[in-house]
Ligand binder design. Sequence first.
Ligand code: TYD
Ligand code: MG
Length: 472
Amino acid sequence: MAKQRTVFRCASCGREEPRWLGRCPECGGWNTFTQTGSPASRTDGERASPRNLKSMPLASVEASTGARFDAGVEEMNRVLGGGIMKGASVLIGGEPGIGKSTLMLQIASLVKSSGTVLYVSGEESASQIKLRSDRLGLPSGAVEILCEVDLESVMTVLNSVKPVVAIVDSVQTLIAGELGPVPGTVNQLKACCSEIVGWGRSHSAGIFLVAHVTKEGTISGPKVIEHMVDTVLYFDQASSDLRILRATKNRFGPVDEIGLFTMGEKGLLQVRDPSSLFMVQREGALPPGVAVAPVYEGTRVLLVEIQALVVPAKGAISRVFSDRIDAGRVARVAAVLEKHVGLRFSDQDVYVNVAGGIRLSEVGIDLPLALAIYSARSGLPVPVGTAVAGEISLAGEIRPIPHVKKRVRAASEMGFRNFVGPVGLHPNEDAVDGFKRVATIGKSIELVFGGRGGARQAPTPAAAGPQAKATT
Ligand code: TYD
Ligand code: MG
């Protein structure tokens, strides 16, 4: 049997310590620790006394497939993997002002379910929510509003209203009374999240928890409750009005789908045809430093323009400035170009950007990134109508990537007649025709830039290798 431990709990933020402290390391409060009997078990998900629990054969368990609601917003359905799962919880993280409340209100009003939708707001008044709803022209028939921050009151209303979808905006404003009066602490967040997620699971209701991502760290962010929910979505701003909804964890669907919205007068509008959203329209030849990549995102291929600028280093060491593509990856691709093509970067600063501001992380962008950097460094433009995709190994080989067929087709539909990709075939992929295959970074440059390309400088000795420092 577990021995009862003595714990000291901070009265203002709920932090627990095995010994008394004069100052709380969490909230900075003085003399706030008092002795309590046992740790707050609900935050640790600990069970009460062991009961006569029995396991059951997996074969006898009924799978509840098809138990989904149509969210009423197609891009949300896509990201969730076919709609809102009954009994499942979704965490929506994003910076303040990105549009989380707008999206939640749109879903509350448009979700196709036969029951009540409860919108719990700890940040706005009922009349502010109504004003927004009217301005966006949303139907408000099945939506119930509760402006409350006390967890116990919220639970009482959940039990009386029994909504089929419940939205909590934001979970950082909720207060579980026994953990002190300060909302947004790690313990408060975990306790409130676990209570509401548990309620949703036992009542087959779809739960949305909104959480702000804060840079200052004065309140805890969505990261601390990611493990407690079924799906984690992040809402991100690409360009001034473009918003991208991305799943980073999804127990009931894919994690590579993205939802695209534009924020305008009428709230968030879904982007139906994103094919040219991340391209720059130009007449004639391309300027040096740009390359087009067909990027695979979930079930869609987006054509994306990667832009690079290479200028003499301003400091003693060269640096990489890139926040849409991981700066470490840019440094690696530049190092491969230095080693295998002989372009020196150790005295150059490299800037990388992506048109439309989308963040890219998939494997296939290595090659277009390399060509954009090469083009920027050499001053030679990539020929018009060329799209490229491929992963690059440190040895300078072009490695196979998935979904080449879809990429070739999407590029060709957008008028890119010249597709350059890897020689090898990705496992589980049928042979694809209609594109030029390259085995190494050197060959890719020869093929794309023709006689003009190739090594322009003698390869630098290993001692003078790149010292690129990743900065974002
Ligand atoms: P909001 O949904 O309140 O953001 P969050 O809940 O993530 O903090 O969105 C607020 C921003 O969106 C605000 O700057 C105004 C803008 N906005 C529009 O541009 N159009 C609209 O129709 C709405 C509702 C908001
Ligand atoms: Mg909000």
